[in-house]
Design a protein around this ligand. Structure first.
Ligand code: SME
Length: 156
């Protein structure tokens, strides 16, 4: 698992103040997708202003129609209200699931906290069945903590 090896690479992207926050978020998505074979789509959704919905901010992989997701809907919308990681080994077994592609077999969504508030999430789709472990959860929590640091800046 290349998680430990990827951490310095992600830190370098996050700390690159020459790039906009959106550019850095896109690069983080790309690095995760390109280096972890079972990460086939990687995106960051954030609360859309005052609305009870998520908005897609950055992603790597196929474009999705689901750029806005109401709170409570799908795996992402459920995480927006539960504040907890959601690991889905088999998307077919979920009733409250929004399909983005027929190739997706599994999904993991990890909330992103800013000053203790659930403001968004990282969402990973996989074409591999049941690929996610506790290590993925811990790693993605770490990624979100790093991203939260750049979101604290007033211009973010
Ligand atoms: N499958 C997600 C929707 C977002 S896509 O995976 C990009 C869900 O059920 O919330």
């Amino acid at each position: 698992m290349p998680f430990q090896k990827l951490k310095p690479e992600i830190k370098t992207i996050i700390e690159n103040e020459n790039l906009s926050v959106d550019h850095r978020l896109s690069q983080v998505c790309e690095v995760l997708k390109e280096n972890i074979p079972y990460y086939d789509w990687v995106g960051f959704y954030f609360k859309n202003g005052d609305k009870e919905e998520l908005k897609l901010r950055s992603f790597a992989g196929e474009p999705t129609d689901h750029t806005i997701i109401p709170f409570g809907k799908g795996i992402c919308g459920q995480v927006a209200v539960s504040n907890e990681n959601f690991v889905v080994p088999d998307v077919k077994a979920q009733n409250n699931y929004i399909a983005c592609s027929i190739n997706v077999k599994a999904e993991i969504v990890v909330p992103l906290f800013l000053n203790g508030e659930n403001v968004g999430q990282i969402d990973i789709d996989s074409h591999t069945p049941d690929p996610f472990s506790k290590e993925d959860e811990a790693f993605l929590q770490w990624v979100n903590e790093e991203v939260a640091e750049i979101l604290k800046a007033p211009s973010a």
